[in-house]
Design a protein around this ligand. Structure first.
Ligand SMILES: [Zn+2]
Length: 152
């Protein structure tokens, strides 16, 4: 049985700008990332913290992206730690658009960055997933959990 998120999460982008929620089109939404969600929105759309938490990772110095897997490691992203050992991650952020720093407390709905085209992207969108750690290597020891629906 697939593990579902214990916390409630709000939409990480403004509902009135959201074009489409796409869970399956991306070729990288497989394996560990099978519960990832792409929110199709224009570039520069504000990105919101999906729940209260503490910022644990910020990368926003990349300016590189495109429709090729070689760009995957150039994604700008933010990771936030929430209650119940759950973490949310936001990818393809615009260069230097981060409005938060590591160890900063954020509130649900707070703007944390803007959508960009960094990393492996075919069209502007926010890649979002909620995950738990399953071991000590933060880059590989994780599993995404299913977020069924969002508050907004
Ligand atoms: Zn994605």
């Amino acid at each position: 049985m697939e593990r579902s998120a214990l916390n409630r999460y709000r939409l990480p982008v403004p509902k009135n700008i959201l074009d489409k929620v796409d869970r399956t089109s991306s070729p990288v939404h497989i394996g560990k990332l099978r519960n990832a969600i792409d929110f199709i929105v224009p570039e520069h759309t504000p990105v919101f913290a999906a729940a209260n938490g503490i910022v644990v990772y910020v990368k926003d110095d990349s300016t590189i992206g495109g429709a090729n897997p070689i760009y995957q490691k150039y994604t700008n992203f933010i990771t936030i730690m929430h209650a119940n050992q759950e973490y949310s991650r936001y990818d393809h952020l615009a260069p230097r658009s981060s409005k938060v720093e590591v160890s900063q407390t954020v509130r649900e709905g707070q703007e944390i960055a803007r959508v960009g085209m960094t990393g492996y992207v075919l069209l502007p969108h926010l890649h979002f997933h909620v995950f738990i750690f399953t071991g000590s290597n933060v880059w590989v020891d994780f599993e995404t959990v299913n977020v069924e629906d969002f508050t907004s």
